[in-house]
Design a protein around this ligand. Sequence first.
Ligand SMILES: [Zn+2]
Length: 418
Amino acid sequence: MQIHQCRVCQSNKLERILDLGRTALANRFLKPEALKEPEPFFPLRVVLCGDCGLVQLDEEVPRETLFKEYIYASGTSSLVWAHARWLAQHLCRRYGLGAQDLVMEAASNDGTVLKEFRWQGTPVLGIEPAENIAAAAIERGIPTVVDFFDERSARQLGEEYGSARLFLARHVLAHVSDLHGFVRGIKHLLAEDGVAVIEVPHLAELFLHLEFDTIYHEHLCYFSAAVLRTLLAKFGLSIFDVDRVAIHGGSLLIHVGHEGVFPISAKVVEVLFQENNLRLSHPETWRGFAGRVAQVRESLPDFMDGLRNEGHSLAGYGAAAKANTLLAYCGIGPDRLPFIVDRSKLKQGLFTPGHHIPVRSPDALLDEQPDVTLILPWNIAEEVFEQQAEYRRRGGRMAVPIPSPRFLGSARRSGFPA
Ligand SMILES: [Zn+2]
């Protein structure tokens, strides 16, 4: 379904800034028997709101189609795990959280983050819509309500569990179609002196590092701090601090309180200043971006074909959703990339959406010893490079696809994407 109004300010001044074509759903991996069935494809277009500056998709796939059986389990990446631990320690110390302070998390996934908070001694409650993943969290002892977080569920949660001293919304806001309902829910549940911590990939990083592969149907919006400030202010909430974190290609941890409760830090001003300098709310900025994206569609297949023509064999590492945007946009199928390996057992034995590349266990790198392995989720490139020491010792080389394809050298050398 195409939308014609901005999700933050309801303006209809939406200008198209990038068209990635019609693609399959990036997380809809297929079982072998499903390969013969018709696969749904949807347009993947990005628009910029001429009034508030929100960068967003103008196509919306029903959320039940997207999230019912979601196979991203956050516990599978050690980077995510380390971040969760840091986050719990950092926030508990900073806000003096203890045994009386309820920590709630929207889209709590398999409970990886809340588990760390429980280690710090706070009561926790997760809200997670994917039944299979919520079940995994409950199995680990993390109380989890199976639901989407919105105004309706927030009111129910408030009645049953009281208000939250800390409310976490990590990498979920981009998935939310009804942003107003989501923020109203936070406003309702947040204690008087409570803090909501919203973690979003930063639009500035997407722009600077050409992270267009983070664009897929599940991510409806791509946030700057300025647009988030506009959204939150509509409901009496304000951003009083910002931390920059390296996860997901460079993200912002936005600290939010009821208006007037916390003094606003200089870091908020600094982020807004950077965004303003990059001119992220101007269409011509994004026209330049679209031109750089189009170059990847030339350079990546060229890079791969060049290697093949020299007689080198190839494989991919990391069957992430972002890999599927990249492969779909660049027209890369099993003829160029015969298989992709992934640590997630949930994905092994399946096929990528759209181009149907088989997903295998990382052991396949040693069994087949392809000459070159392309690390598709560039955000974990360093971690993968270290892990695959044996593959490299036997002569395997590793490369990353964007901003332009290149080989990775020694891990100590700079040049790793953050
Ligand atoms: Zn707008």
